[in-house]
Design a protein around this ligand. Structure first.
Ligand SMILES: *[C@@H]1O[C@H](CO)[C@@H](O)[C@H](O)[C@H]1NC(C)=O
Ligand SMILES: *[C@@H]1O[C@H](CO)[C@@H](O)[C@H](O)[C@H]1NC(C)=O
Ligand SMILES: *[C@@H]1O[C@H](CO)[C@@H](O)[C@H](O)[C@H]1NC(C)=O
Ligand SMILES: *[C@@H]1O[C@H](CO)[C@@H](O)[C@H](O)[C@H]1NC(C)=O
Ligand SMILES: *[C@@H]1O[C@H](CO)[C@@H](O)[C@H](O)[C@H]1NC(C)=O
Ligand SMILES: *[C@@H]1O[C@H](CO)[C@@H](O)[C@H](O)[C@H]1NC(C)=O
Ligand SMILES: *[C@@H]1O[C@H](CO)[C@@H](O)[C@H](O)[C@H]1NC(C)=O
Ligand SMILES: *[C@@H]1O[C@H](CO)[C@@H](O)[C@H](O)[C@H]1NC(C)=O
Ligand SMILES: *[C@@H]1O[C@H](CO)[C@@H](O)[C@H](O)[C@H]1NC(C)=O
Length: 810
């Protein structure tokens, strides 16, 4: 979804990185101009045509709901049909109007991935990046379920999340934190679990943004003052194998989890807009993955009527034209144009019927036609996107206003925030804290927010627990690190003093701050902002974080650094001898302070693991976003995914580049060991495994044979230390050289809690897709012949257990 208002969008574009004091060096700014690569695709990308748009069949469990949806459509007039596929202004960020004649109450669509944003008395959960860092399937599911309860309680039928695009091709992309991880396997599991939880609560999930939506810069076209396009949106140009093995992969998990909706993306793919690419929507999504729900546009991502519909778009959001389609000006590519196009024979009535069948099938499948709560009337007043003044129809807003839907979710959020914290460094027994006599707290991320709790732009003072844009949340409160530490320290009568002005800490002689001679520990809280509509300009922490650490560590030999961050940070101070511990706490949601205090004091043993790589320096990352073009041609914004499969650890491993903290890494207050790896072939009905999956009609998720377990790998994990804690054993596969795959790819993980001294067997089911590569010639997943290496360990570069399997041998 887009930002709330146009002015917010404009703000997002003009606000630069953190502005700071004159005397401090500028953070190293990122600048990169990419020239068109004519080798791969010709001058620009081209996307093959795939028509007609497939009808939904309900295959895979929605057959009965589909029949009900068809009966509903049969009762509709042409005008009602046009309204059903078009958004109108109303109380929610997206609204499908009610049809009282048919007892249909309409649909309420709400942001966003970590909270119901347009709401009061709702919870703010950990962001996607935190969820990924937890590596905990149960947590992923429970968060989805709890959020689902809140959406439902507020009368929202549709949750605009979860996010697998951006996947995280570039460390700089502004919305990576809304999604999970640049690893498609980890993101795929997080998508699936979130959707399962959300839809268990009876709320439709929306997998977004489909697809290759990997940067914010020029995600939309630029317009002149008359609304004419000057330059089209950036085009993500990528090859078919990369599409399947990276970007499409987690969406396949989402479709398999029977996600109700998929949101098509703003940018172009191989030159075609995401919401009118027939290859992407009709081909990959509806045919290959067997998707049975509906495609909705991102807000203003629709650039045509009939062509978009024929390419597979089913619902136009927010419905109007306007600039970016944001403002409702009474005109729409859909709406009355749909009726007219059917009447004059341009558009097949059957296609329109299928659009509505696709929209109504999940509605019936999830039981939304019975006892679904009404839209909370307070929503209308909080919705700056389509304020009451813009409504062109009346809405029947009944029921209690300002319903408190938070339940006991605060406890869950506190646990989830703590479970997602990654301990990166811990030396000289720095952590956990043991009743220190004196604590000194530093950094503008430690204390209270001074500008309210609705993050729409970067702010200097106050802790950061969620990023900005449509993916933020409206906090009802935030527990700050400082407040939680003060409360916890009071139990030990610890002296707690604090300095929260980064500029002052970074520029003053630290000795002039009257810091008690020798604090037992100095806790430095740093933050890194990211938001929709802008890519990050650097990978350092904001507000002179590096200088703050240098300053504190110059006088404090026990400096513990905590980052609240959108994701990847270069950590140049990591080797400083006085920096004894580093924790990446990402965006933990409303209980942020409690979550970190629980870990600092050892009430919770840290068990988060990096869902990405921290390189030795920012310039080590490849695949930067395209931030400028040197030419002015309307099509010249091109982003070439030349790195193919080599993003994040796949790149660093393929090129043997040393990194600071590798993908999958994270410390604990205890230690673990692995032993006894074994691989067992599943009973495949006697015969040998075929290289390609046996042909079968696509179910949601594609050919069902891709999801069959071919091997089960087991290993024993033991807690070898003295405290209880959770281990995250990870499995990576190495395909034979002939498959030209990255050296290692994650294909299994588990999170196991173990009491000190205890051990447990973990098992990793390996499905056909996990052992295959996408063959562009046969257009199918293929298991390579030869040995496939299987490694199990505690990170992508800490692999102690090896075995090999040879699936194609008898
Ligand atoms: C264009 O792509 C080809 C094939 O991947 C690659 O060898 C070449 O370096 C690329 N050129 C530029 C300018 O990026
Ligand atoms: C993009 O173009 C490449 C190269 O021609 C092709 O392999 C791929 O299938 C295309 N993908 C889409 C979605 O158009
Ligand atoms: C969809 O179903 C209708 C009948 O309801 C049929 O006329 C049309 O050809 C079908 N479209 C496709 C692509 O199969
Ligand atoms: C139909 O679509 C066109 C753009 O193709 C738009 O200019 C026009 O206003 C639309 N008509 C209505 C009634 O919305
Ligand atoms: C049919 O109607 C559509 C939508 O109003 C319009 O774009 C198209 O030009 C019309 N075609 C003909 C042949 O009248
Ligand atoms: C408004 O909604 C209430 C509760 O759902 C219902 O009882 C009432 O009939 C509705 N009124 C109209 C005019 O639709
Ligand atoms: C923070 O410190 C700087 C440098 O000492 C000073 O200029 C600024 O006014 C301080 N900000 C606040 C809010 O006190
Ligand atoms: C580490 O801290 C001590 C004070 O405890 C200080 O004397 C020393 O200079 C610091 N080391 C560095 C490298 O800053
Ligand atoms: C810091 O320095 C003090 C005084 O020299 C020493 O007692 C203490 O052990 C040091 N702490 C660390 C973590 O090195």
């Amino acid at each position: 979804m887009a930002l709330t208002t146009l002015s917010a969008l404009v703000c997002a574009l003009v606000l630069g990185p953190a502005a700071g004091a004159q005397s401090l060096p500028q953070e190293p700014a990122f600048s990169y101009v990419q020239s068109p690569n004519t080798t791969i695709l010709g001058q620009y990308g081209h996307s093959p045509a795939v028509y007609p748009s497939p009808n939904a069949t309900g295959i895979g469990g929605w057959e009965a709901a589909l029949a009900t949806a068809k009966a509903f459509v049969a009762k509709m007039t042409p005008e009602e049909k046009a309204i059903m596929v078009t958004g109108y202004p109303g109380p929610c960020v997206g609204n499908i109007l009610a049809i009282p004649r048919l007892n249909f109450p309409g649909l309420c669509l709400q942001d966003g991935p970590l909270a119901i944003r347009v709401a009061d008395y709702a919870s703010v959960f950990p962001a996607g990046v935190s969820v990924a860092a937890s590596w905990d399937r149960t947590l992923m599911y429970e968060r989805g379920l709890a959020m689902g309860e809140e959406f439902r309680g507020k009368g929202a039928h549709i949750y605009l999340g979860p996010v697998a695009g951006p996947l995280g091709r570039s460390a700089y992309a502004g919305r990576n934190w809304e999604g999970f991880s640049p690893d498609p396997y980890l993101t795929g599991i997080a998508m699936e679990e979130t959707i399962n939880g959300m839809q268990k609560a009876g709320v439709q999930a929306t997998a977004k943004h489909f697809i290759a939506n990997e940067q914010e810069t020029q995600r939309n076209p630029s317009f002149d003052s008359h609304g004419n396009i000057i330059q089209e949106a950036v085009s993500s140009n990528l090859d078919d194998r990369t599409m399947h093995e990276l970007y499409l992969w987690p969406f396949a998990n989402a479709v398999r989890a029977k996600v109700a909706s998929v949101m098509c993306s703003y940018q172009r793919v191989n030159g075609s807009y995401g919401c009118q690419s027939s290859k992407v929507l009709n081909g990959l999504l509806k045919t290959e993955l067997g998707f049975q729900g509906y495609v909705m546009s991102d807000w203003g991502a629709t650039h045509s009527g009939v062509p978009a519909i024929e390419a597979g778009l089913d619902m136009n959001m927010p419905g109007g034209l306007g600039l970016y389609g944001m403002g409702w000006d009474g005109n729409s590519f859909f709406g009355p144009n749909v009726t007219a196009a059917v009447k004059n024979g341009t558009l097949d009535q059957a296609r329109v019927d299928d659009m509505i069948v696709r929209i109504m099938t999940p509605y019936y499948a999830l039981g939304q036609d019975h006892g679904f709560p009404t839209v909370d009337p307070s929503t209308a007043d909080l919705n700056t996107f389509s304020p009451r003044s813009s409504w062109i129809t009346e809405f029947n807003l009944t029921g209690e206003s300002s319903r408190d839907v938070r339940g006991d979710h605060a406890d869950l959020i506190r646990e989830q925030g703590a479970a997602a914290i990654v301990l990166l460094k811990n030396e000289k027994g720095a952590l956990p804290l043991k009743a220190p006599k004196s604590i000194a707290v530093f950094g503008n991320d430690a204390g209270d927010d001074t500008s309210g709790f609705y993050n729409m732009k970067d702010f200097e003072y106050g802790t950061l627990a969620a990023g900005g844009g449509s993916g933020t949340g409206r906090f009802t409160y935030i527990v700050t690190p400082l407040e939680a530490i003060k409360a916890r320290a009071a139990k030990d009568k610890t002296l707690v003093q604090y300095w929260l002005n980064n500029t002052e800490i970074a520029t003053s002689d630290i000795n002039t701050l009257w810091i008690p001679k020798r604090p037992d520990v100095c806790l430095v809280f740093l933050k890194t902002w990211a938001e929709e509509g802008a890519d990050r300009t650097h990978l350092d922490t904001d507000w002179h974080g590096n200088e703050v650490v240098e300053s504190v560590a110059s006088m404090c030999n026990n400096t513990v650094v905590v980052t609240h961050s959108a994701g990847i940070n270069a950590l140049p101070f990591a080797d400083h001898p006085n920096v004894t511990a580093i924790l990446a706490a990402h965006y933990p949601g409303q209980e942020s302070g409690h979550s970190i205090a629980d870990v600092l004091y050892g009430d919770v043993n840290p068990s988060g693991r990096l869902p990405y790589t921290i390189a030795l320096q920012g310039s080590d990352y490849n695949a930067p976003p395209t931030t400028a073009v040197a030419t002015a041609g309307p099509d010249d914004w091109q982003s070439w995914f030349d790195e193919g499969l080599e993003i994040d650890y796949r790149y660093f491993d393929a090129h043997n580049i040393n990194v600071r903290y590798e993908f999958g890494f994270g410390l604990s207050y205890t230690t673990f060991a692995l032993s006894d790896i074994q691989a067992k072939k599943a009973n495949t009905k006697g015969g040998p495994v075929s290289a390609a999956p046996p042909a079968q009609p696509a179910q949601p998720g594609g050919n069902p044979a891709l999801w069959e377990t071919l091997y089960t790998v087991t290993a024993t994990v033991r807690n070898t230390g003295r405290v209880d804690g959770a281990a995250v054993p990870q499995l990576y596969v190495t395909l034979p050289e002939a498959a030209s795959a990255p050296p290692r790819q994650l294909r299994g993980f588990d999170k196991v809690f173990l009491k000190a001294g205890k051990s447990q067997t973990v098992s990793f089911p390996l499905m056909r897709r996990d052992l295959s590569y996408w063959d562009v010639i046969t257009q199918d997943w293929v298991i390579p012949s030869g040995d496939i290496g299987v490694s199990v360990g505690f990170s992508s570069r800490d692999l102690s257990q090896f075995t090999k399997i040879t699936p194609l041998s008898l």
